[in-house]
Design a protein around this ligand. Structure first.
Ligand SMILES: [Zn+2]
Length: 259
């Protein structure tokens, strides 16, 4: 039986939530048997919790506050969410830094404080972290290297260079790189180089749905079922059988998320 994991997605998003039954059923038809819905603000955690209850054994929760919502961060509140759902929360995420849009120096400082606080929370619950880093490569590396050296770290939607990936592997042994629809884009040369150079044991598959639909559906609403297309692309790039990609990435996900 083919089994694929979507290690980072947002079925809780308005674009997918209404049709969640169909979205989940299309995922299952495409061999995507495990779906990790990832938090960005406190409202999202409520829906993620509901999805986990509604689709037991398929949907799991990743709870955290995204840097774009750093102003609503409340360590105590997040800690309560995690402890009350500890059996279905597999990681803390997505947490990190996002300097893509105009961000003041003041907000950068706040983002960093929140990021560090969420890393500490993950440590306390012995959970892996799922990291979002956009236009903030160096600051993200510095914080992870200082605070998360011995943790399991998933750099979701990795967009860095081969050199950056190698630097991470050298410094944070349990680092994983989240690979998604970008791999199928025409201009994905940098990511193609990364998956060729980085050992397969460091790769996780993710859709980041409803965003980042793989080619030829680029720009359309994405769904967890797209993992199959991403896995096919990876098998084509690496010249490996689809079943090898499936086995390796599923094992990686199970090991990383303790599932
Ligand atoms: Zn995401």
């Amino acid at each position: 039986m083919i089994m694929l994991f979507d290690t980072h997605t947002h079925v809780n998003d308005d674009k997918l939530y209404e049709d969640r039954k169909e979205v989940i059923s299309r995922a299952l038809q495409n061999s995507v048997k495990v779906i990790l819905n990832t938090g960005d603000n406190f409202a999202s955690l409520e829906r993620i919790k509901k999805l986990t209850e509604e689709f037991p054994g398929i949907c799991y929760s990743v709870f955290g506050i995204h840097p774009s919502f750093c102003k609503e961060y409340d360590a105590k509140k997040l800690s309560t969410y995690i402890s009350e759902n500890i059996n279905s929360v597999l990681a803390v995420g997505e947490i990190g830094l996002d300097y893509f849009y105009e961000v003041s120096e003041e907000e950068k400082i706040l983002q960093k404080e929140v990021f560090i606080s969420e890393i500490m929370l993950a440590k306390r619950y012995q959970l892996p972290i799922v990291v979002h880093s956009r236009s903030a490569d160096e600051d993200t590396f510095v914080i992870l290297n200082e605070y998360a050296k011995n943790m399991k770290v998933d750099l979701h939607c990795f967009s860095g260079s081969v050199e950056m990936a190698e630097r991470y592997i050298k410094n944070i042994p349990n680092i994983m790189f989240g690979i998604g629809g970008v791999l199928t884009f025409n201009n994905a040369k940098r990511l193609v180089d990364v998956v060729k150079k980085v050992p397969l044991k460091h790769l996780l598959l993710e859709t980041d749905a409803p965003y980042l639909s793989p080619s030829p559906y680029r720009g359309k609403i994405n769904e967890p079922k797209s993992i199959k297309i991403i896995a096919e692309k990876l098998s084509e790039i690496l010249g490996l059988e689809f079943s090898e990609i499936e086995k390796a990435t599923t094992l990686n996900a199970r090991r990383f998320f303790n599932l």
